[in-house]
Design a protein around this ligand. Structure first.
Ligand code: 16G
Length: 245
């Protein structure tokens, strides 16, 4: 391994050099492989342990490395590049060759009330499904979704169905309702205690908060969904085009 202390532009870009050196090491390793100990790595790169630790901390925060207390630092699973498109969770995971599933955490009917009624284009007294799903891919937790949907769209929906089926598929098969477009907001957040427990991540772990309102081809509002996606498993991807003039 190169001794970074002898690089010409030392020390101004020390951090960046150590980072690059570790990133090239990661290219040679597989998911789950352990990184050499901090002492060995610092010695072989010719840098101090605090410098090395700062870089490793950064890569842990970015989700490239995983630290297990008392055990060491490991290569993390690669993040899922989530295109910002009108797809469903099931479709998205299936396209990547992963098996989607859900754990239905809560399953209720309530009246819409003023705010939700407005969002879903319903009267305040209309019934809505309020369903919490933990979304999994290959049995690993990915996101929590709080789905709010007009009950009349799928009045006989059963809790068990949603464990293995896609909500969008059920709408299409049972009612011929096809998802067409939506509006989505995305904010950075950190996990609450409940979210951390469900997702199996540390408290206050980085995450993305999505809010999506979705419409069908015939112009009906079919859902309002709040979701918390794991920040260590997702990276958002958008295609950029020049603005229309
Ligand atoms: C996605 C949508 C969510 C929708 C769900 C349907 C985001 C942030 N959210 O997860 O709004 O309810 O797909 O998934 O992308 P399903 O058809 O697999 O149940």
């Amino acid at each position: 391994m190169t001794d970074l202390a002898h690089q010409s532009d030392w020390p101004s870009s020390k951090h960046a050099l150590v980072r690059d050196a570790i990133l090239s090491m990661l290219d040679e390793l597989d998911v789950g492989d352990a990184l050499p100990s901090e002492r060995r790595l610092a010695a072989s790169l010719g840098v101090s342990r605090p410098t090395l630790r700062a870089v490793v901390d950064e890569l842990v925060r970015e989700g490239l490395l995983l630290r297990r207390h008392g055990s060491g630092t490991y290569v993390a699973e690669p993040k899922i590049a989530l295109p910002l498109m009108m797809t469903s969770f099931s479709e998205d995971m299936a396209r990547r060759g992963m098996k989607p599933s859900s754990r239905v955490v809560s399953f209720d009917v309530t009246t819409a009330g003023a705010k939700l009624g407005q969002r879903l284009n319903l009267s305040p007294m209309d019934e809505v499904w309020v369903i919490t799903r933990l979304r999994l891919a290959d049995d690993e937790t990915m996101a929590i979704e709080w789905l709010h949907a007009p009950r009349k769209l799928l009045p006989d929906l059963r809790r068990e169905e949603l464990a293995s089926r896609s909500f969008y598929d059920l709408l299409r098969e049972r009612r011929g309702i096809v998802i067409a477009k939506g509006v989505q907001t995305i904010e950075p957040t950190v996990t609450s205690l409940q979210e951390a427990e469900l997702l199996g991540v540390p408290l206050h772990a980085p995450a993305f908060l999505f809010e999506r309102t979705t419409e069908s081809e015939d112009g009906r509002v079919v859902e309002f969904v709040r979701s918390v996606y794991r920040g260590d498993r997702y990276r958002l991807v958008t295609e950029l085009r020049p603005p229309r003039r």
